[in-house]
Design a protein around this ligand. Structure first.
Ligand SMILES: [Zn+2]
Length: 249
């Protein structure tokens, strides 16, 4: 008797949970399908709206999804945006012999390519706070607020879930619409740490280093690391000094 009661209680708890998970997954797959069906112009209509959102000069960019491919699965380069000083104009690439390590080389790569997939550099809107401080706005929810043109560009691709679509497009490191900044590929700006902050210091001057690249593990070259995020840091005074930090969730 006790066994039967126990079984009924477990079923009563498990069935609603299974329904929630099924609904979540159906929504997730629908958003991914919408994004994958979008043409280049539709995605550009979305990203070009974000280009103009900030009132201050940007200091950071995120790599947003496109449906274009370039080269093969091993192609992997990220040009550093003009506003990410002093590394601007350089390229972050991988050294095949060292696996997950980065080197800077000057190149004219126009677009980021990770694992053969092309990404669009989207500057992160930067605004003034009430106290007059400049701050990057990473949250996609804030982008759509009071922005009917962005909303209609998103709705043209996914009428049911326009805001969730934006979260999916701007966090390229996870196949979900639930926005988590650790899944953003960022060039410059500040890191979204998976664990406690772990800023490295420059070997030459001992000062805290600045973020050059945040990269979710799924986008790493070679063997992906879905549970990890990699951070590449550099010293503003000694740009040749770089260090990488990896954190696991
Ligand atoms: Zn230094």
């Amino acid at each position: 008797m006790l066994k039967i009661v126990f079984g009924v209680v477990i079923a009563a708890m498990a069935i609603p949970l299974a329904v929630v998970l099924m609904r979540f997954n159906r929504k997730r797959l629908h958003i991914i399908r919408c994004a994958q069906a979008a043409d280049d112009q539709q995605l550009e209509d979305i990203y070009s709206q974000i280009d103009h959102l900030g009132t201050q000069t940007p200091s950071c960019a995120v790599l947003a999804r496109t449906n274009r491919r370039s080269g093969t699965d091993t192609d992997w380069t990220i040009p550093v945006s003009s506003f990410v000083e002093p590394w601007a104009g350089g390229t972050i690439s991988t050294d095949a012999s060292a696996g997950v390590s980065f080197r800077r080389a000057s190149s004219t790569t126009p677009e980021p390519v990770l694992r053969g997939q092309v990404y669009r550099i989207v500057p992160v809107p930067r605004n003034l706070t009430k106290t007059g401080k400049e701050r990057n706005q990473f949250s996609p929810d804030k982008y759509v607020k009071d922005n009917p043109r962005l909303m209609s560009a998103l709705a043209a691709v996914c009428p049911e879930y326009p805001t969730d679509l934006l979260a999916y497009l701007l966090a390229a490191g996870a196949e979900t619409f639930e926005f988590d900044p650790i899944f953003q590929a960022r060039v410059g700006g500040s890191p979204a740490w998976v664990q406690d902050a772990e800023f490295p210091v420059c070997t030459e001057c001992g000062k805290r280093m600045s973020l050059v690249l945040q990269l979710p593990g799924a986008l790493l070259p070679g063997k992906p690391m879905p549970d990890g995020t990699l951070y590449l840091f550099g010293c503003i005074k000694h740009p040749a000094q770089t260090k990488t930090v990896t954190q696991l969730s």
